[in-house]
Ligand binder design. Structure first.
Ligand code: ADP
Ligand code: NA
Length: 330
C-alpha cells in the first residue's frame, strides 16, 4: 500500500476504556483506517510495568481488543493485534535503550507521575524504560502518524529524536513519525475537576466516564458534572472549564461544531445541555456495550482476528528489525 502508515497502542487496563481514551485516541484510530495503512495494538507489555495479576491481564487484554472492534476498528481496514504476540517489540526496544541517554529518559514526565504514584522504591526499571518500548512500537512499523492524546506528545518527540539519532549514526533506517493529536480532544477533562485530565488512575469515580458502565449511571455522572459560575453556555476553557469540557464532548459525539451548540443553547441553562449530552452519551454507549459483549461471547472470532493481525504485524516488524540488527552489527 502507498498510504502513509499509522500506529498506536492502548493499555489493557481493568474494566473499560474511559471517555478520554475514546475521544482523545480511539476515535482517531477509527478515522485513520480510511486514509492510512493503520496498525493498532493492545500493549500488554506495557501493562506489566506495574504489578499485574496474570488472569486479569489476560482477560483485560481481550476486553481491550473487543472494545477496539466495538468502537469501529475493522480488521479488513486495519491491522489489530496484541503487542506480546510480536516479539520484535521487545527486541527493538533493547537496541533503542542502548542509544537513549539516562538523563533523557529521566526527563519523561509520565515516568515521574507514574513512579510518584507507585512510590520511588516500588517503581521498576520497566516503568522507567517504557517510553523507549513505545519508541520501538512506533519505529517497527515505519509509522508516519501516531494518533494519541496530548499526554503522549513527549513520547512521540522522544521517538523522533531517537529515530533521527539512529539514522544519522547507522544510516537511514526509520521513518521519523509525527504525533497526530487533535487540538479539540487531545485532553478531555475530569467531570468533577475540569482542571485535571480524565484518567483511569487519578479521577474519582464520579469524574470518570467508563464506556462499559451502566448507561444510566453514565447519564447521572453527566448530570452531576461540575459546571461554572454564571449561566451562559459559551466555550471558554479559561473561565468556564467545566462547560467547555461538556461542549467539547457533546460536539465530538454528535459531529456538531461548538459554535452551533453555543447557538442552540442561547438563553438556555446548563441543565438543558447536560440533559441532551446525557442522552447522546446513552445513545453512544448502549450499542458500544452490546458490540463489546458480542466479541467477548465469540472467542473464536476474536482469536482469529488477533492471530491474523499478529501475522500481518510481524511481517512488517520482522523486516524492520532485521535491517536494524544488520545496521548495528549483529
Ligand atoms: P490512561 O492514560 O487512562 O492510562 P492509556 O495510557 O492506555 O490510558 O491511554 C490510551 C490513549 O488515550 C493514549 O493515546 C492517551 O493519550 C489517551 N488519553 C488518555 N486519557 C486521555 C484524556 N483524558 N484525554 C484525551 N486523551 C486521553
Ligand atoms: Na496515557
Amino acid at each position: 500500500s502507498d498510504r502513509p502508515r499509522a500506529l498506536s497502542g492502548i493499555q489493557p487496563t481493568a474494566g473499560s476504556f474511559h471517555l478520554g481514551n475514546y475521544l482523545g485516541a480511539v476515535r482517531q484510530y477509527v478515522a485513520l483506517q480510511e486514509t492510512h495503512d493503520a496498525f493498532y495494538m493492545v500493549v500488554d507489555l506495557h501493562a506489566i510495568t506495574v504489578p499485574q495479576d496474570p488472569a486479569e491481564l489476560r482477560a483485560n487484554t481481550r476486553l481491550a481488543a473487543a472494545q477496539l472492534l466495538a468502537a469501529g476498528l475493522d480488521p479488513r481496514r486495519c491491522t489489530l493485534f496484541i503487542q506480546s504476540h510480536v516479539p520484535e517489540h521487545a527486541q527493538l526496544a533493547w537496541v533503542m535503550n542502548c542509544i537513549t541517554g539516562f538523563g533523557e529518559a529521566s526527563r519523561m514526565t509520565q515516568f515521574k507521575d507514574k513512579s510518584a504514584k507507585q512510590g520511588a522504591d516500588r517503581a521498576t526499571v520497566g516503568l522507567f524504560t517504557y517510553p523507549i518500548l513505545q519508541v520501538a512500537d512506533i519505529l517497527l512499523y515505519q509509522a508516519n502518524a501516531v494518533p494519541v492524546g496530548e499526554d503522549q506528545r513527549q513520547h512521540v518527540e522522544l521517538t523522533r529524536d531517537l529515530a533521527e539519532r539512529f539514522n544519522s549514526r547507522f544510516g537511514q533506517t526509520f521513518t521519523v513519525p509525527a504525533p497526530y493529536i487533535l487540538k479539540e480532544v487531545g485532553k478531555i477533562y475530569d467531570l468533577q475537576d475540569p482542571a485535571a485530565k480524565m484518567s483511569k488512575s487519578a479521577s474519582t469515580p464520579k469524574g470518570l466516564i467508563n464506556l462499559l458502565d451502566e448507561p444510566k449511571a453514565t447519564a447521572k455522572k453527566i448530570k452531576s458534572a461540575v459546571t461554572d459560575t454564571g449561566t451562559e453556555i459559551r466555550f471558554d476553557p479559561e473561565t468556564k472549564p467545566g462547560v467547555s469540557n461538556l461542549l467539547t464532548i457533546y460536539s465530538t459525539l454528535t459531529d456538531t461544531t461548538v459554535a452551533q451548540l453555543e447557538d442552540k443553547y442561547t438563553g438556555k441553562g446548563y441543565g438543558a445541555l447536560k440533559t441532551d449530552l446525557a442522552d447522546a452519551m446513552v445513545e453512544f454507549v448502549t450499542p458500544f456495550r452490546s458490540r463489546t459483549r458480542e466479541y467477548l461471547d465469540d472467542p473464536e472470532t476474536l482469536d482469529s482476528i488477533l492471530a491474523e493481525g499478529a501475522e500481518k504485524a510481524r511481517a512488517v516488524a520482522a523486516e524492520t528489525l532485521a535491517q536494524t540488527y544488520d545496521r548495528v552489527g549483529f
